[in-house]
Write a protein that binds this ligand. Structure first.
Ligand code: GLN
Length: 550
């Protein structure tokens, strides 16, 4: 083994037949199982698309942009990874074709290639391998690398070539290839078909990769006979054919593949002694029990712009669910198109909801609907959590309705507003006309002692991840506070408003951050936990004050 990767082993996940089979979740589940065996695991996603990062991609198309502590704008699968393996990842845990080519081209411009012709092999593949290698260290036992897309895609070829070479570079015994395929069930003949699996394994082999493990996604168990057939045709031992049947919820996947012996097989393949790594699944099993026991219905409305693709708010949904598990509640989510809110308010209001969330977003569409929803929640005692843009629309509502600043707005939506209560800031947190730096990644905040948010967190110094350009304009803070809004958390220098709340309201809390990224299934985020607490109290007609829950 080359010395620069220490004792780290590498597991590569590829997918075949179809996208959306849950490759990321399966990889995360294996990661969790290996962690439950005492191994130190990290994960990474290599995406064959050409965008340098998903930050510029339309959430309608690609789903949410997941933000890491160090400010990486990454693929939403990293959210699954963090939630399943319970480790923070970083910018380098995600790389795209675009990022890799930019690095190669920058090196070429600097003259690093010493006059050579720069080619996919070896220059691009070397860049990919270097990125994978960098994830290995003395502190990491296993790196799990998911290759986005499916074998057979044009863009995936350099990645397959790189991971093929990688095995030779670091030694066969340190690498394991897992291939995830679909085994469809054909109703008319009542059969499960292995042909697509055979074809996709053939495709993978044509790139020089013989899978070590084949995970078969299916809506029903794969019989021993069928496993034997796949084993024979795809040339893997029968124990290496894993039946990953659809699970009732994603948290069961680790248990499903553990039942199939997948973690034991991979452990053995990578040369670990099973006796030295017994599995302790108790924490995860407790979580699954909690998930099953979460049955009290609570109805939450999410008011957003990208409601046709719920993946656009994946971490928000997950954070709500985690909070539900804590309270034994099943969170039923209703997607409310922001633009329809004014109509909805005229007809029936938002009375039917136990709680509301206004998540992050960019651009003007639907903003007035969100402002109206914030106002309605405020005047009707409906618990509301505002996230990033959510906080901004709550501030606009408070400015217009409580502080008497008619026409107040964010300059993002109305550049000519007489009261730009939300505006662009420069590096010194002063209002600027143009540009504005995107605040990305983790920032600390100070919470006001005794405030609702401080009680929820049980702390006065907190840190959350950010992704936005606009901020509450410090010039209007005094006016807003005179109107009754409480800025209950600020940046450490006191200039930027990070949290707001409204005394006397059961739960009308906004944060400039994206706390949803830090929620974990068995450690719900405090703000989501208290939102669901307040929503349940409303559903059950109890006194909902957060202050009593603390
Ligand atoms: N569009 C707003 C801004 O840039 C909010 C961004 C967000 O919600 N992530 O500040």
């Amino acid at each position: 083994m080359s010395p620069d990767v220490g004792r780290t082993r590498f597991i590569f996940f590829t997918g075949g037949v179809s996208s959306s089979l849950g490759k990321g979740l399966t990889a995360s589940s294996l990661g969790r199982l290996l962690k439950c065996r005492g191994l130190r695991v990290t994960m990474c996603k290599l995406d064959p698309y050409i965008n340098v990062d998903p930050g510029t991609m339309n959430p309608f198309e690609h789903g949410e942009v997941f933000v890491t502590e160090d400010g990486g704008e990454t693929d939403l699968d990293l959210g699954h990874y963090e939630r399943f393996i319970d480790e923070n990842l970083h910018k380098d845990s995600n790389a795209t074709t675009g990022r890799i080519y930019s690095a190669v081209i920058a090196k070429e411009r600097r003259g690093d290639y010493l006059g050579k012709t720069v080619q996919v092999i070896p220059h691009v593949t070397d860049e990919i391998k270097e990125r994978i290698r960098r994830l290995g260290s003395d502190d990491v036992d296993v790196v799990i690398v998911e290759i986005g897309g499916t074998v057979g895609d044009i863009e995936i070829v350099p990645f397959l070539e790189a991971i093929r070479q990688f095995r030779r570079d670091v030694g066969r015994e340190n690498v394991c290839y897992v291939h995830l395929t679909l085994v469809p069930y054909l109703g008319p003949t009542g059969e499960q078909k292995t042909k697509p699996t055979q074809h996709s394994v053939t495709e993978l082999r044509s790139r020089g990769i013989q899978p070590d493990v084949i995970v078969c996604r299916s809506d029903r168990m794969i019989s021993e006979d069928l496993k034997r057939k796949i084993s024979l045709l795809c040339d893997v031992p029968i124990e290496a054919v894993v039946s990953a049947v659809d699970a009732a919820n994603i948290y069961q996947i680790p248990l499903v593949i553990h039942e199939e012996g997948m973690d034991r097989y991979v452990l053995d393949l990578l040369g670990y002694d099973e006796d030295a790594h017994p599995i302790d699944l108790s924490r995860w099993e407790r979580l699954v029990e909690q998930v099953d026991a979460a049955t009290t219905p609570v109805r939450i409305g999410i008011i957003g712009k990208y409601v046709d693709l719920p993946d656009a708010y994946l971490s928000v949904v997950e954070a709500l669910r985690h909070a539900g598990f804590h309270h034994g509640a099943k969170v039923d989510i209703d997607w409310i198109q922001a633009a329809t809110v004014p109509d909805l308010l005229e007809r029936e209001g938002l009375r039917g909801y136990d709680g509301l969330v206004i998540p992050g977003g960019f651009g003007e569409r639907g903003v007035e609907g969100k402002i109206a929803a914030a106002g309605h929640a405020r005047t009707h005692d409906i618990p509301l959590l505002g996230l990033c843009l959510g906080l901004q629309v709550m501030v606009i509502d408070a400015a217009r309705s409580l502080a008497g600043l008619e026409g107040a707005n964010s300059r993002e939506f109305d550049p000519a507003t007489p009261y730009p209560v939300v505006d662009l800031m420069d590096d010194q947190n002063d209002v600027v006309d143009k540009g504005g730096t995107m605040r990305l990644g983790s920032y600390g905040a100070r919470l006001e002692a005794g405030s609702q948010v401080a009680r929820a967190y049980g702390a006065e110094i907190v840190s959350e991840r950010h992704r936005h350009r606009y901020e509450v304009n410090p010039r209007y803070r005094a006016r807003l506070e005179e109107g009754g809004l409480v800025c209950s958390g600020t940046s450490p220098d006191g200039r930027l408003v990070e949290f707001i709340e409204l005394p006397g309201h059961p739960f009308w809390i906004g944060t400039q951050a994206h706390p949803e990224f830090k929620s974990r299934p068995d450690q719900p985020h405090p703000l989501f936990r208290e939102l669901i607490g307040a929503s349940l109290a409303r559903a059950e007609g109890r006194d909902p004050h957060l202050i009593d829950l603390a």
